[in-house]
Every structure is written in structure tokens, then in C-alpha cells.
Design a protein around this ligand. Structure first.
Ligand code: BF8
Length: 652
């Protein structure tokens, strides 16, 4: 039993891991252990299999070869490998954005009856930003023009992506001066693949600049399009209560878990799961109803728009199956472990793939999703799950255990989150800026990213986040980081008890948690927009690099996380990763991205596995930015007693 102690800090996950041990079921943690020691050349980034003269590898100790057969040295190899991770990460987020734009275009043209425009206000705001004339046009026409423009951003060959203009002037100038302002999303990804082909770009700094352009095409392009168009199509989130963790699966109901990323299908499944006819069908099979829950980012999408509960983050995907009550797990794209099918074969759970881009070999059922027949596919999926309900082995049901579910509040966005700081009806960032300027809130942190079996599940997210809020740093989170902290109760208003006094006062005065759920990983774009709004509000500098803010991905595993890291650093925000990028085989690349890059972009990376030390790197950075802005000392660290009392009264 104790063997699972270091695998997770989540008692519910630990419980299920104990069951896996009893049953001899293999999970990713077992596969990770079997893989030790992992390849040192890969970890350092100094193996190259880009051409067929190789594979080549550099001797990290200096005794053996220091170049590949072509003459590429460690700097070139490391930079190229890193660049290709960024190309992949940027392409994944951006392809998601493309699919949403495509759905919106189909909805606008009446080519699908299943989707419609849910947020006309946001549509009109986007139309105005894109320069689309709206006078005298109906919603469908405006939506068609907006979606067409968004769509064209992918194939654009010249100029700049439109959303770059959201950034402060100073930041735009840095991008132009550095030659990294992305022209078109696909163009930057393709060009990055080209420059990293054998015998093209051999200058590590130049390769990193190309990488940054592709990463910016993700953050300020594909991801931002995914977020904004999803809001238009599915509705902009508003703060909403729900529950999280494996205990949201109901023993007496048909349980359907949606896992992956794109909201187009999961939105349909939400609607279909509420269909009275299907609920009746579930009852006819002996279930008391239908429970829908999510895993990974598609979970965040339907949580923030509909309050659908979350069954867990990345490392919970196999554990959900081990509960024995998941009748169907529906997957689309990204972060879906190939090992899932090995596990579902040992349980009654039906694994159903839905994307033409992502299939499993063998007997895994494929119900392909197409926008023009979306509801039809969603209903078929739910029917399949219902039919599977009677196949459950009741002796293998495991839904009881410690801390199986927790309450949370989600649904914060750049448009709604900080307005709460000024009261529900004051649509301004002034109160947030003032809270920072006055020293109630020290600054902001974005804690994002994955789980990784190389770190005790959720440990780094929780330790880092608690340390930040204890020091009056307001934390915004997305992706699996948000789910990790939700499981521990930090995303409920009661989580404020872990916060420092200044932050606690702000949270209690306006009823927000100290950790704000900002959505899925593409919604990191919401954090960028929130930071732009802070600059526009005034008093905290002229560029994103002036704001007392830091980013972190303490348990990262995905190539998308590297792309995110690079667009965040290139936007001027100091960012800490837990385990290092695979770059340590090149001192030059490591020194540049953790040092010299700051001269070019006003921010850099740090790698720190200890989450408390990492949090203090962030806090030190925030303090430095406060000092540069000449902000007053933190209220409760320096102020005399009477002033503190007055300040505390003032916030009400
Ligand atoms: O895109 S945080 S494990 S689910 S990559 Fe994947 Fe990482 Fe989770 Fe969302 Ni983001």
C-alpha cells in the first residue's frame, strides 16, 4: 500500500492506486518506473535523429564525439530538438483553434443546425476588433465574416496576426524589433519545421527566435482564437460552482467521461446527456440517471460553461477506469494516453474515439464526430454508454474512499474575474490595480500545466500555489494545475484561509477564491488579455514585463507546455518550470533561455524542482517588479498598526 505514497498527494487517487496494485492493473506510474533510468541523452537534448546519417549523439562528458556526422554541435542539436517540441505544441493548440473557427463558420452559414451563436456581445466586440462593419447585418452574417477572418489567420502569409494589437505598444515594438511578430499561424509552424531540417539553421539563437515566433503564433494566435471563438459559439463563462475528483462518478448512474480538449463534441454531449428520452433509456437499464464528467481540458471547457463536474486531471485518466463505474470514456485529441486501451480491455468501460485525427488500433470503437451531424454522434455515444451499464461488475466498483470529491468555483475570465474586485457592477480593473499598488495583493501568478509521473501527482501544484497565496500573490490557473488545486479545495472561497492577510481581505470582501480557475490550456490566452487590461488600466507600468507577475508550470509534461512557456516569456513574463526543458546538454542554449533572453524580451526561464523554492523565485521576481515600479511596501509587512486597521476598514 505504501508504495503509492509518493505517486500522488491526492487521497482519492491513492485509494485507486492501491486498488490497481491489488488487481495487478498497470498504470502510467508503473510504466514510468519500468522506464528508469530514462535516456540521459534525450533528457539533455543531445541526441539527433533528424537525418539518416544518424542517429547521432554528443558525449556530454567531453571525451567522445562533440558533433554529429553532419557537424552539428550540441547547441544546434538542442535548439533544433526544442524547436520541434514548440512546433508540435503550437500546432496542437492552433489546430484546436482552427476547428473552432471551422465550426463557427459552418454555424454561421447554416451548414450545421447543432451549433449556434451564444454570445452575441462578444461576437460584436470581435467584429469591431477585426474591423468588420456590423450596421444593418444580421448575426449570422457578422459571425461568418468574423469566423472567416479568424480562419484566414492560419494561412496568412504576410503582415501580422491581428490579436498582437491587444498587447501594449511597447511589447509589440519588442516583437517587431526582434523579428518575431508572427505572420500566419501555419506559416510559422511550417517555417520552424523547415529551419530545423538537416543543414538549414545552425545558429542556436536564430533557431530559438524562429521558435518564439511559432510560440507567439500559438499564444496570441491559435490559442486566443480558440478561446474567443469558443466563447462566441458556446457562451462566455461566468463564475459557477461545481465538484471535482473521482467521487463525482455516481455508483447508480450511467457514467460518461469526456476526455481530451476540443469543446465542440463535449458541448453536444452535455446537451444530449440531458435528453429526457436518453435519461428514460438509462432508467430502463436500471440506472437512476446519467452522469457526465470530464478529464483534462475538455473537462475545464464544460465545467466553466455548464458546471459539469470534473473527474480529474491528466494522471486521473486511468484511475477513472479503475473505479469500475465508467460506462464510456469518450476521447478526442491531446493528452490521451495510449495505455488507456490496455486498461479498458480489463474493465467493462467502453473507450470511444471520435476525432478523425486520433484513433487507437484494435477493437476500440470509433464514432466519428462531424459538425453537421454533431448531435447525432453525441446521442449515439450516450446510447452506447447506456447499453454498457448492465455490463458493470459490481464487485469491482470503487467509488468510496477519503476526499473523493470537493467543491470549487470556476468560470473566471479576463472579462469577468477582476470586476468582482470592484463589486459586481464596476466593470474596471481599477480595484485590482489598486490592490496591487496599495500592497494588499503582492502581485499575480499564473500556475499552469500538466501532471507528470516524474513528480508526485499534484504535489508541486499545491505546494507552490499555497506558498504563493500565503505571500499575498493572487493565483490564476488553467489546465491540470487548476484541477489539482481544485481537488485540494483551493478553488473554493474557503480556500482563502490559506492566503496571506492582504489577499484574504480582498477575497473575503468580494467573495472570490484566492486561486482563480481561468479555464483550459488554450485559455492561457485569457491570462495574457487580463495582463493587457492591467496595463491599460494604468499605474503598473507600460509593458507586460513591468507588471509584478510570474508564471509557472511545476509538473509539465506536454510539448504544448513548452510552447506556452516560450510565448509567455516572449511576452515579458518570468516563468519557472519544475523539471528542466531538455536543453541542459547545451550550456549556450540553457544560458540563453535562462539568462540572455531577458535582454531581448524582458523575461527569462528558471528551472526549479522544489516547488517552495520555485514559488520564492516568483515572489522575489514580483518584489523586484514592485520595487522597479516604486510601489509601497506590502501593507501588512511594513505598515504601522493604525494604518493597517484603517486599510482593513477601507476595503469593505
Ligand atoms: O492542455 S495541462 S496534461 S490536459 S497539456 Fe494536457 Fe497538460 Fe493537462 Fe490540457 Ni494542457
Amino acid at each position: 500500500m505504501g508504495a503509492n505514497r509518493k505517486r500522488t498527494v491526492d487521497p482519492a487517487a491513492e485509494n485507486l492506486l492501491n486498488c490497481a496494485l491489488e488487481e495487478g492493473a498497470r498504470t502510467t506510474w508503473d510504466r514510468w518506473e519500468a522506464m528508469q533510468p530514462q535516456c540521459g541523452f534525450g533528457s539533455l537534448g543531445i541526441c539527433c535523429r533528424i537525418c539518416n546519417m544518424g542517429p547521432c549523439r554528443i558525449d556530454p562528458f567531453g571525451d567522445g564525439p562533440q558533433t554529429g556526422v553532419c557537424g552539428a554541435n550540441a547547441d544546434t542539436m538542442v535548439a533544433r530538438n526544442l524547436a520541434r517540441m514548440i512546433a508540435s505544441g503550437s500546432s496542437a493548440h492552433s489546430d484546436h483553434g482552427r476547428d473552432v473557427a471551422h465550426t463557427m463558420l459552418m454555424a454561421a452559414r447554416g451548414e450545421t443546425a447543432d451549433f449556434t451563436i451564444r454570445d452575441e456581445t462578444k461576437l460584436r466586440a470581435l467584429a469591431s476588433e477585426y474591423g468588420v462593419q456590423t450596421a444593418g447585418k444580421d448575426v449570422a452574417t457578422i459571425a461568418e465574416e468574423v469566423a472567416s477572418i479568424a480562419f484566414s489567420e492560419f494561412g496568412q502569409q504576410h503582415g501580422e496576426l491581428r490579436f498582437l494589437k491587444r498587447a501594449p505598444e511597447k511589447r509589440q515594438k519588442i516583437w517587431r524589433d526582434q523579428g518575431v511578430a508572427p505572420r500566419g499561424i501555419d506559416r510559422e509552424v511550417v517555417q520552424l519545421m523547415h529551419v530545423t531540417h538537416m543543414g538549414v539553421d545552425n545558429d542556436y539563437k536564430s533557431i530559438i527566435k524562429h521558435s518564439i515566433r511559432a510560440a507567439l503564433a500559438d499564444g496570441w494566435g491559435g490559442s486566443m482564437i480558440a478561446t474567443d471563438l469558443s466563447d462566441v459559439l458556446f457562451g462566455s463563462p461566468v463564475p459557477i460552482r461545481s465538484k471535482v475528483n473521482l467521487g463525482v462518478l455516481e455508483e447508480n448512474e450511467v457514467n460518461i467521461v469526456v476526455h481530451g480538449h476540443e469543446p465542440t463534441l463535449s458541448e453536444m454531449i452535455v446537451q444530449a446527456s440531458r435528453d429526457p428520452e436518453l435519461i428514460e433509456l438509462a432508467k430502463s437499464k436500471g440506472a437512476s440517471g446519467i452522469t457526465l464528467a470530464g478529464i483534462c481540458c475538455t473537462a475545464n471547457e464544460i465545467l466553466m460553461r455548464h458546471g459539469i463536474p470534473i473527474a480529474g486531471n491528466f494522471l486521473n485518466q486511468e484511475l477513472a477506469i479503475l473505479t469500475g463505474v465508467v460506462d464510456a470514456m469518450i476521447v478526442d485529441v491531446q493528452c490521451i494516453m495510449p495505455g488507456l486501451s490496455e486498461l479498458t480491455r480489463c474493465y467493462h468501460t467502453k473507450l470511444i474515439t471520435t476525432s478523425p485525427k486520433a484513433r487507437f488500433p484494435g477493437d476500440v470503437e470509433h464514432i466519428e464526430f462531424h459538425e453537421d451531424r454533431a448531435m447525432e454522434a453525441a446521442k449515439r455515444i450516450i446510447r452506447t454508454a447506456i447499453e454498457n451499464f448492465p455490463n458493470r461488475d459490481k464487485s469491482r466498483v470503487r467509488t468510496a474512499g477519503p476526499r473523493m470529491s470537493m467543491g470549487l468555483v470556476a468560470g473566471f475570465t479576463a472579462d469577468n474575474a477582476f470586476h468582482f474586485l470592484g463589486g459586481r457592477y464596476r466593470a474596471t480593473y481599477r480595484p485590482l490595480n489598486n490592490a496591487i499598488i496599495e500592497g494588499r495583493i503582492r502581485g499575480l501568478a499564473g500556475v499552469v500545466g500538466c501532471n507528470n509521473p516524474n513528480i508526485c501527482q499534484d504535489f508541486a501544484h499545491l505546494e507552490m500555489t499555497k506558498e504563493l497565496i500565503k505571500n499575498d500573490v493572487l493565483v490564476v490557473e488553467t489546465g491540470c494545475a487548476a484541477i489539482a488545486c481544485a481537488k485540494a479545495g483551493l478553488l473554493a472561497p474557503e480556500g482563502a484561509r490559506f492566503a496571506g492577510r492582504g489577499l484574504q481581505e480582498v477575497c473575503e470582501a468580494v467573495g472570490i477564491p484566492p486561486v482563480l480557475h481561468f479555464g483550459s490550456c488554450v485559455d492561457n490566452s485569457r491570462i495574457l488579455v487580463a495582463l493587457c487590461n492591467i496595463i491599460n488600466e494604468g499605474g503598473l507600468g507600460e509593458d507586460l514585463s513591468d507588471i509584478p507577475v510570474a508564471g509557472a508550470a511545476p509538473e509539465w509534461m506536454s510539448e504544448k507546455a513548452i510552447s506556452i512557456g516560450f510565448y509567455v516569456v516572449a511576452s515579458g513574463i518570468f516563468t519557472v518550470f519544475g523539471t528542466p526543458h531538455p536543453v541542459l546538454g547545451s550550456k549556450n542554449v540553457t544560458d540563453y533561455i535562462c539568462g540572455g533572453i531577458e535582454e531581448d524580451f524582458g523575461a527569462r526561464f528558471a528551472f526549479e524542482e522544489d516547488p517552495i523554492k520555485a514559488a520564492h523565485l516568483m515572489i522575489d521576481h514580483i518584489n523586484k517588479k514592485r520595487a522597479d515600479l516604486k510601489l509601497r511596501p506590502m501593507l501588512y509587512e511594513e505598515a504601522p498598526a493604525e494604518e493597517r486597521e484603517e486599510a482593513a476598514v477601507g476595503i469593505k
